[in-house]
Design a protein around this ligand. Structure first.
Ligand code: ZN
Length: 116
């Protein structure tokens, strides 16, 4: 396989993962850039672990589930209307924490395998 083929497979995987991420309620571009920057393997694991966000679209009102109390709150608020906790950027923060975890794990494996 040449570099171009690998590149196309890489980007296609990122796009597929981005659609999956959007379906789970976390947005297309977060999933796409996450998979591009951190490889689709880490993107896959993170999206698989990420909680499903329920988005309810009733006419002109969009509501989403809160990651803390699981009640429905307005989709565009920073703080949950029910429990008062921060909901905006919550997913991005969780994703970054998972990225740290996976990168830390990869570094550990590399270090251990270089010692052995
Ligand atoms: Zn809440």
């Amino acid at each position: 396989m040449n570099t171009l083929t690998l590149f196309i497979i890489y980007i296609t995987s990122a796009v597929v993962l981005a659609f999956w991420n959007r379906k789970k309620g976390h947005g297309f571009w977060l999933g796409f850039w996450y998979s591009v920057v951190l490889t689709p393997a880490i993107g896959f694991l993170t999206i698989a672990i990420a909680q499903q966000v329920v988005v309810v679209d009733s006419g002109n009102v969009r509501r989403r589930s809160c990651p803390h109390c699981y009640n429905l709150t307005a989709a565009n608020v920073t703080f949950c209307e029910v429990c008062g906790k921060h909901v905006a950027h919550q997913t991005a923060k969780q994703y970054l924490q998972m990225a740290e975890l996976f990168v830390g794990l990869a570094v550990t494996v590399l270090l251990v395998s270089s010692v052995i």
